[in-house]
Design a protein around this ligand. Structure first.
Ligand SMILES: NC(=O)c1ccc[n+]([C@@H]2O[C@H](COP(=O)([O-])OP(=O)(O)OC[C@H]3O[C@@H](n4cnc5c(N)ncnc54)[C@H](O)[C@@H]3O)[C@@H](O)[C@H]2O)c1
Length: 331
């Protein structure tokens, strides 16, 4: 039996991957980071105190060098391009980087007899759902190349599982938020497109925040999303890893809190916690933005025993504010 505690974290220099590294270390695992730092942060990765392989996932020679060094028990695959809007204007980048790099990673895993993968999928694979909350049986019909690229990978994982005995867990995240300021890690995307960091930057730096759509069929007219704390998402990966290593069958799980918050509620919470005004302006709807995306997270709870520890949006946003102030994002 493979007793190795070494795990490859592809995309471990990014937002969610870096928190997964921190969480895994805390539980005695030995993660190593593989990242090309196209969108990640080398300084944040260095703070995690783990081995870093800087390079490109689609480079099979590079991957062979890494896989030859150690026997890894599994791979967690966070690496992707993940801007919905950019995927519409540059779909080639999304299919090449997301689908292409995943195929290269899977080939390297097969060559080196690593048969367990935990993959970052997304609620964007559901598209615009007709029924809420969204469970794993909700039909998947993406409305962007980003969502399609992730759905294609889901199908590839199914096929590799039946043909090559790959064992996988694919997590469909809704919205990741928050940070671990005490460990000096948090969200630093460039460009930033996520609401919470943008609202915080607006409160502290006066940057204009666009609210896309005020005429949705929600209580205040703004879109509703399901925000899970990034460390809860990281912990789901640890639990998913233990599940696969103890013989759990390949499967797909939503990760969310089951509770939605509107854009306006997030803005109000940032204002209340910071004591500052968010400089928001109303803008027209973005194409393909569903009014409401909220997870039914019952399956991950019943099969993996995972449930979020952070229930209050205030606590999630406070951790993000603390991080951004410490990181110097805000003055
Ligand atoms: N952040 C969210 O709310 C959210 C929601 C749903 C799904 N996801 C998915 O979760 C994963 C992690 O999201 P994130 O917000 O941490 O993203 P991120 O951009 O912060 O991290 C991705 C990391 O992957 C690296 N990377 C990308 N392509 C690579 C390649 N070809 N080779 C090597 N490294 C590469 C980047 O440099 C970056 O460090 C992504 O797959 C994303 O699609 C994120």
């Amino acid at each position: 039996m493979n007793k190795s505690k070494k795990i490859i974290i592809a995309g471990g220099g990014g937002y969610i991957g870096s928190h997964a590294v921190a969480r895994l270390k805390e539980f005695g695992w030995q993660p190593v980071i593989v990242d090309n730092f196209s969108r990640g942060n080398h300084d944040i990765a260095e703070r995690l105190g783990v081995e870093i392989f800087a390079g490109e996932l689609s480079d099979e020679t590079f991957l062979d060098q890494i896989f030859s060094k150690e026997q890894y028990c599994a791979v967690m695959h966070f690496a992707a391009s993940s801007y919905v809007g950019e995927s519409v204007t540059d779909p080639a980048r999304y299919y090449r980087n997301n689908v292409g790099s995943t195929l290269a990673l899977l080939s390297a895993m097969l060559r080196h007899n690593v048969d367990k993968l935990i993959f970052s999928s997304t609620c964007a694979t559901y598209g615009i759902p007709k029924i809420l909350p969204i469970d794993e049986t909700t039909p998947q019909s993406p409305v962007s190349p980003y969502g399609w690229s992730k759905l294609m990978i889901e199908q590839i994982l199914r096929d590799y599982a039946s043909a090559y005995n790959l064992h996988f867990v694919a997590f469909r995240y809704f919205n990741a938020a928050g940070a671990l300021p005490e460990q000096k890690i948090g969200e630093r995307h460039s460009p930033e497109t996520h609401l919470i960091p943008l609202a915080i930057a607006s409160a502290y730096n006066g940057l204009e925040l666009k609210v896309f759509g005020r005429d949705y069929p929600t209580d205040d007219g703004t879109c509703i999303r399901d925000y899970a704390h990034v460390i809860d998402i990281a912990d789901a990966h640890r639990v998913g890893l233990e599940y696969l290593l103890s013989g759990g069958k390949s499967d797909f799980f939503n990760i969310g809190t089951g509770k939605g918050h509107s854009v306006q509620q997030v803005i109000d919470t940032v204002e209340q916690l910071s004591g500052r005004k968010v400089n928001f302006v109303n803008a027209s709807r973005r194409e393909g933005d569903p009014a409401e995306l909220v997870a039914d997270a019952g399956k991950i709870n019943s099969v993996l025993g995972w449930k979020p520890q952070y229930h209050k949006i205030e606590d999630i946003i406070q951790s993000a504010i603390d991080w951004h102030l410490a990181d110097g994002f805000c003055n």
